[in-house]
Write a protein that binds this ligand. Structure first.
Ligand SMILES: [Zn+2]
Length: 443
């Protein structure tokens, strides 16, 4: 004889047994998808998708602003402040330089040099600064084997060394290829710099920056199989997101520390600059909660969904906390240099400085710090404590916001298709620049 309770339990199990959950749901075989899905996906790309050479940072000078930016209501502070006329341009920056290039690196001659003025000569003859390596790593140089896919630290370190090989050792393509890439990117760098010089937010000039993606793809399309093209790398870029970015950085940093401890400070700094790319990406809002690794399929519809989530979080921003107890609001790629994002810029800069300092200490003391206890992470957002008014478009367990048009409505479903989601995001017009909170959001 079965009790009521047992009956209920059995029926529940049966229902659950037939219901696919989370990532197991068939998100790919979308009945609405057109036969020429790859061409159709091209048209759904968000229209502000510039190349992602986003780690450009100027060092703020106004004490008042630095102080305000560390407070959680900084955005409000800024809005109130902006309403009043401001004679001496307190929101402007006096010194503009990029994150890696603004570091002061201690050298083996007992001197310290600003990174921008002290380029490295890589084994293949390529001359690049710390900041330039930051920008080239991962986005332009990597392999078909993401570092974070490595089964253990040893494997991850090997993967990093292969990625490093294509930037710094290979002579079949470099130094010429990297030089062409840097020349092409210099238009963007110059335009961002010009905006900063005028006291404008770089995000306001980004829509005017010529789209050089086609050109960058052209330079990199004929690469050997192991080293994907620029756009090929973007399709497998989970090393740049969330926990995977930490894995990638830790692998690179551990190699660089070892090289430093064995006596080669210059090579160690250059390798570390490669790893710092993943550290810097860890400060972009769109890289914190997007389940990038999961949002990947063979045609790229899932990857496009990841891009929509990435762009939404980047634009609207997230509230974050670091292990050393600082709290701030962070935006994302293309906003890192905006006045609004000053707190994030400071923390990112502190992290990169801690990363480089650790290399110097390893060289000096011939000892390496314990893996996973790397100083840089003291400054980075704690992933589990990220929060926002915006309900994430996708959750780590594979659900999607029921209504993509209601950014703050935290209702979820696992029954969705990638193509339909991407098409809906494009059709909604809500991902057109600038991306804003929707009417259901209470700010
Ligand atoms: Zn990146």
């Amino acid at each position: 004889m079965t009790t009521e309770f047992e009956e209920l339990a059995t029926s529940t199990v049966e229902t659950l047994g037939h219901e696919p959950i989370g990532w197991d749901y068939d998100h790919e075989n979308d009945p609405n998808a057109p036969p020429d899905i790859e061409a159709a996906l091209e048209k759904l790309q968000p229209d502000h998708g510039h190349n992602d050479y986003s780690q450009l940072v100027a060092i703020p000078v106004s004490e008042e602003e630095i102080e305000a930016s560390s407070k959680i209501d900084y955005v409000k502070w800024k809005q109130e402040r902006a309403a009043k006329p401001h004679k001496d341009g307190g929101f402007e920056y006096a010194e503009h330089s990029y994150l890696g290039d603004s570091l002061t690196l201690a050298w083996n001659d007992g001197q310290s040099y600003v990174a921008k003025n002290k380029p490295f000569t890589l084994p293949n003859g390529l001359e690049v600064t710390y900041g330039q390596i930051n920008g080239l790593a991962g986005d332009f140089y990597g392999t078909v084997n993401p570092i974070s896919d490595g089964r253990d630290l040893q494997d991850q370190r090997q993967r990093f060394l292969r990625a490093w090989y294509w930037l710094a050792v290979d002579r079949t393509r470099n130094p010429a290829e990297a030089q062409k890439i840097l020349t092409t990117l210099s238009t963007e760098v110059d335009m961002v710099q010009a905006a900063l010089d005028k006291g404008q937010d770089p995000s306001t000039v980004y829509p005017k920056i010529p789209d050089v993606n086609v050109q960058l793809q052209l330079y990199t399309i004929a690469r050997p199989d192991e080293c994907p093209s620029y756009l090929g790398l973007a399709k497998i870029n989970w090393d740049h997101f969330g926990a995977d970015a930490r894995t990638a950085y830790n692998a690179c940093h551990s190699v660089a520390l070892q090289v430093a401890a064995s006596g080669n400070l210059e090579l160690a700094y250059a390798m570390n600059a490669f790893g710092d790319h993943f550290l810097q990406d860890s400060f972009a809002a769109g890289h914190m909660r997007t389940p990038r690794r999961k949002l990947h399929d063979s045609v790229g519809a899932a990857d496009l969904c990841a891009k929509y989530m990435h762009d939404e979080d980047n634009a609207i921003g997230l509230s974050v906390k670091s292990p050393i107890g600082r709290a701030w609001h962070t935006f994302g790629d293309k906003k890192l240099l905006d006045k609004e994002d000053i707190a994030n810029k400071n923390e990112a800069w502190n992290a990169v400085r801690a990363s480089a300092d650790e290399i110097y200490t390893a060289w000096k003391t011939k000892t390496v710090p314990e893996y996973r206890k790397y100083a840089a992470w003291n400054y980075a957002p704690i992933l589990s404590e990220v929060s926002s008014i915006v309900a994430p478009l996708f959750t780590p367990d594979g659900q999607r916001r029921v209504d993509i048009r209601k950014r703050c409505q935290a209702k979820y479903t696992y029954k969705y298709w990638y193509w339909s989601t991407a098409a809906d995001c494009a059709l909604s017009g809500l991902w057109k620049y600038p991306i804003k909170p929707t009417a259901d959001c209470k700010i």
